[in-house]
Design a protein around this ligand. Structure first.
Ligand SMILES: CC(=O)SCCNC(=O)CCNC(=O)[C@H](O)C(C)(C)COP(=O)(O)OP(=O)(O)OC[C@H]1O[C@@H](n2cnc3c(N)ncnc32)[C@H](O)[C@@H]1OP(=O)(O)O
Ligand SMILES: CC(C)C(=O)C(=O)O
Length: 558
């Protein structure tokens, strides 16, 4: 085997934090959420959102419950600037929502950003410069002091423009961009220098956003970085520590979760993890993770499909079928043992008294996010008898007796083995009809009259007069027994010379009301030892049973 070029990469260094506290913490409340869909999400799209799409996305974010929304980078492009103006001039920002705008720590961009915010009630001016070791070297060719000065000069300008514009509703956020690639003590030094400019207080906090601009380490090391920072920052009560994780290693959500345990107050992210490269932290997943632990997520994803549809329309991105909580297949089991457990779990759930959700393989109730139970079991060659029985009951109201499950399961398995494809419910129904209900050869019930006689002593007997097609001939017979089935079987045995016994019988209503039909399931065994189920459906339960007998016999003859 050829080995890969792993020696070109270095291990991320450990963090010196031997008494880390975060591993024994749990998250008991939602962090302050900030959506960056309209900025980090938008800047990574092949076709960025137009004004109309941005408005639609903004309205969705408000509807979901975000109170802080980064609406763009107004100094970057006209559409970004215009969007801020439309929101402000058309009074589209609800009272309780703060919009946030991003700018590089560069004078002309900061000034333009303030122009875009003219007249806003509440806004966060978010400015950044990269502080990472690598970018200082290869992008800026500056030393630590020079890079710190970019941040400090930016902070001074951002602060003075607030006064110049006389807008008390402006707050500040600073990001040492590429924080996770920056020496921790240096990132701290830069943030302290920025704090010295703003002089934040507990009533007037500065947001320090510590981005994992590129996800470079395992989530535990990220949590160590955040705990280290939270412990070393001065005036901790005067700053909000914000997270902004990316998903380069596929663990942005885990990194954000552990970092909240490590002390962060606020989390930036996007719907479904849209954003640069592999995306930003997925707020839907993180908030529903909290939800699934019994914590109020403070965001409303109770109609997840609507959120997905608007997201897909605005971004032209598709949500993956396996995306947590929302993907088409995430509440679906194809495999037999999962189906069996879900089927049993759903039944047990109906009888639970404590209302807690506890169904195998379904971490949350799909209905809590506006999904249905419709597709929790779907059938293909990996499926089992329990799943097939579930579909028959759920989709068509046929409660196949348990002893019949293996038989019908095998019939469906043969089809799925042949096609290799999923078998939708209507195809399962077709197979059921063909196998059990539509068989008329060699036996076919043409007429049947049932007469039940009750004697004064309470005993009763039944006479069945039937006309049955047998191998193309028409045979008329009469039988007497202690009930319609017994009478029919006796008569039939006599005239057809076919001998069998009844092994099991069950029946139920399929529909309700005066027009209700009944389904009967009868298992018969011939003297040869072979046995089969038959199914009959009729408005009259006795006729349904007689049809079920002939269905079973026909199957045994086939
Ligand atoms: C991690 C993130 O997601 S950060 C957000 C990223 N988002 C975006 O960049 C989207 C919007 N950006 C843009 O539209 C543009 O990049 C703008 C408007 C911000 C800047 O435009 P331009 O100046 O034309 O282009 P560009 O970004 O290539 O400029 C790079 C220059 O700015 C310098 N620069 C970058 N950040 C800073 C800073 N904070 N302070 C001073 N100079 C900076 C670079 O070193 C480079 O300098 P050079 O020209 O001497 O080599
Ligand atoms: C500007 C910052 C917060 C950013 O987008 C990043 O670092 O990913």
């Amino acid at each position: 085997m050829k080995s890969m070029n792993f020696h070109r990469y270095r291990q991320f260094p450990g963090i010196n934090l031997s008494d880390r506290q975060w591993p024994s913490k749990t998250i008991t409340k939602a962090p302050i959420w900030c959506s960056v869909d309209l900025r980090d999400g938008n800047q990574a799209l092949r076709i960025p959102m137009n004004l109309e799409e941005k408005l639609q996305m903004f309205d969705l974010l408000v509807e979901v419950g975000f109170k802080e929304i980064e609406i763009g980078f107004p100094s970057a492009a006209q559409v970004e600037y215009d969007f801020a103006r439309v929101l402000i001039e058309e009074n589209r920002i609800p009272e309780d929502v703060t919009v946030q705008v991003l700018t590089q720590a560069r004078e002309h961009l900061i000034r333009k950003t303030y122009d875009a915010l003219e007249g806003v009630h509440k806004a966060i001016v978010h400015f950044y410069n990269s502080t990472s070791t690598l970018q200082r070297d290869v992008v800026f060719h500056m030393n630590q002091e020079q890079i710190k000065q970019i941040a400090v000069e930016g902070a001074k300008l951002v602060k003075s423009l607030k006064e110049e514009y006389g807008n008390p509703g402006i707050r500040f956020e600073y990001s040492p961009e590429s924080f996770t690639g920056t020496e921790l003590d240096y990132a701290l030094e830069v943030c302290h220098a920025v704090m010295d400019v703003f002089e934040p207080t507990p009533d007037n906090k500065l947001i320090l956003n510590l981005p994992a601009t590129v996800e470079m380490s395992t989530a535990n090391l990220h949590a160590d970085q955040i705990e280290w920072f939270c412990r070393h920052i001065r005036n901790r009560e005067s700053v909000l520590i914000s997270l902004h994780t990316h998903n380069d290693r596929g663990t942005a959500v885990a990194a954000a979760e552990l970092a909240v345990m490590a002390g962060a107050d606020r989390v930036e992210g996007t719907l479904f993890g849209n954003g640069e490269r592999t995306g930003n932290m997925d707020i839907v997943t993180m908030s529903l993770n909290l939800f699934s632990q019994g914590v109020d997520p403070k965001l409303d994803f109770s109609n997840i499909n609507r959120v997905r549809d608007i997201y897909e329309a605005c971004t032209r991105m598709n949500v993956h079928q396996r995306h947590p909580y929302v993907g088409e297949l995430v509440y679906t089991a194809f495999s037999g043992s999962h189906q069996d457990a879900i089927n049993k779990g759903m039944k047990a759930q109906e009888t639970r008294e404590d209302n807690f959700w506890d169904v195998p393989y379904l971490p949350i109730d799909p209905q809590d996010v506006g999904r249905t139970y419709q597709s929790i079991i779907r059938i293909n060659s990996q499926s089992g008898k329990g799943g097939v029985a579930y579909i028959m009951e759920r989709e068509f109201g046929y409660k196949l007796p348990k002893a019949m499950h293996p038989e019908f399961g095998r019939i469906i398995q043969q089809i799925t083995d042949q096609t290799g494809d999923e078998l939708p419910p209507h195809e399962i129904w077709k197979a059921f009809e063909q196998e059990y209900l539509n068989r008329t050869y060699p036996y076919h019930l043409r007429e049947c009259h049932i007469q039940m006689n009750a004697s004064e002593e309470g005993a009763s007997d039944t006479i069945v007069k039937a006309v049955v097609g047998i191998n193309g001939d028409v045979v008329e017979f009469e039988g007497k027994g202690n009930g319609p089935i017994d009478a029919f079987v006796k008569g039939f045995n006599q005239y057809s010379n076919v001998h069998f016994s009844l092994e099991s019988y069950s029946e139920h209503d399929i529909d309700h009301g005066s027009d209700a039909r009944a389904a009967a399931y009868i298992n018969i065994r011939k003297s040869s030892g072979r046995s089969a189920f038959g199914v009959g459906v009729d408005r009259n339960i006795n006729l349904a049973s007689i049809k079920a007998i002939l269905s079973a016999l026909n199957r045994l003859e086939a």
